[in-house]
Each structure stands twice: as structure tokens, then as C-alpha cells.
Design a protein around this ligand. Sequence first.
Ligand code: FPP
Length: 238
Amino acid sequence: MFGKKKNTAPICDERLSHIAFIMDGNGRWATSKGLPRSSGHAAGAKAFKNIVECCSRIGLRHMTVYAFSTENWSRPKEEVDRIMKLLSDYLDEAERMLDKYDLRIVFLGDKAPFERGLRKRMLEIEEKSSKGKKILNIAMNYGSKSEIVHAVNSALAEGKKTITEEDIDKNLYTKLSPPPDLIIRSAGEMRLSNFLLWQAAYSEFYFTDTLWPDFDEKELYKAIECFYKRKRRYGGLG
Ligand code: FPP
């Protein structure tokens, strides 16, 4: 799955169809350079776009990014507004590249709290990209515990009396994607922070100290190389 030369691009085979990213460390990146936190998010957005491009190039079929959690609303308004603006700018850019990357953009989370214009753009892009074959899940106003509660309530609303794992699977926001094979978290923290708790049951984890704005193609390949060395046994003997 890797070229002969070191650091050449891997190709995603049947073992790797979904990578999820916790894009952490934007604030620390900015602070370390004496810049405002919002500059860290702008640099983080740039890194995100580059990684979407790389993942598409190497044939990854599903990608999920944790862009904004339900808890992130408690940040200063200026910082929240900056992230919303970056998302809105990205949607304009992505719209022009949907065909090039064969992307289908899906938002994970409740869209109700977003400002009307942004909410409309999010719905538009989901609709316009709905034929794309490579899924990009963007978690915005996302929290995994509330996603699970939402899935259970949806199953109950369908008239289910007893809830099965399958009922939950098919009512999760991520229902278009298989569970992540690999979850990558940047910036040194080793926790899930309310991200994909259900879906991560058998995911492999990769943690790096690299701050998200510095997370590049080489870092991605390193994580994938590490993933391919793992033996996944799903609780069996393998
Ligand atoms: C975590 O870093 C990052 C976020 C809460 C926001 C992530 C947003 C982006 C990468 C840019 C916008 C996204 C899109 C989809 C265009 P942090 O701020 O918690 O960093 P810190 O832990 O160093 O303070």
C-alpha cells in the first residue's frame, strides 16, 4: 500500500476506508507565534483543505473532521464568529471543487443554532454535493452523546419498542459512512472529547504532538503507515 520510496503516497486499500480527525491545537499554534487565536483557526482551515485534498488523492472514501463541538459555543464570540466565517468561506471554495474531488459534504450535528444564512448554505451544499462518491463529514455543533440520544429518539419515533445496535447505527448523523478505521488527533491530547463515541468502538487511534495547522501530507502518511502495521482483531483472535 506504500510506494517503494520513503514518504511516497500510500494508497487506501480495503482496510482503510474512513479516517476521522480531531483538529486540535489551532489556539496553541497561534499563541506560540504571538498571534491571535483566530489566526490559528485560519491556519487550521488551510491545513484542513490540504488534508481533504490529500485524502481524496490517495483514494480515501470517507473522511470526518471535528470542526466545532456543542461545547465550543462557550468560546468568546469573536472566536466563534471567525470559525463560522472560515466555514462559510470553505463552502464557497468547496462548491467550485465538488466535481474535481467527487465530494459529498455532510454536516454532523443539529443545524438549528446556526445563523440563517449559514444554515441555508449548509443545506444547499449538502444537496448540491449529494451525488459525490467521497464523503466528507464535517462535525459542526456536534456532540457524540447527544447524537446517540438523537439516534435512540429517532428509532423510538419509528415505533421501535426495543432498540437494537442496528437501530442506532442507522440513525446516527454518520449513517452514510462506516465506522472510522483510524482516528487521528493532533496537538498531544489523548482523549475523544465527545467525538464519535459509538462509532469508535473498534477504531485505531493515532496521536501526534504536531499542532493542527502544521499537520501536513507527510504527517498524514506517517499516521497511515502506522495504521497499516496494526493488527485489528475486533475482540477475536485475529
Ligand atoms: C481546536 O483547536 C479547533 C477548533 C475548535 C476549531 C477547528 C476549526 C478549524 C480547523 C477551521 C475551520 C474549519 C473548517 C471546516 C473550515 P483549539 O482552538 O481548541 O486549540 P487549542 O487547544 O490549542 O486552544
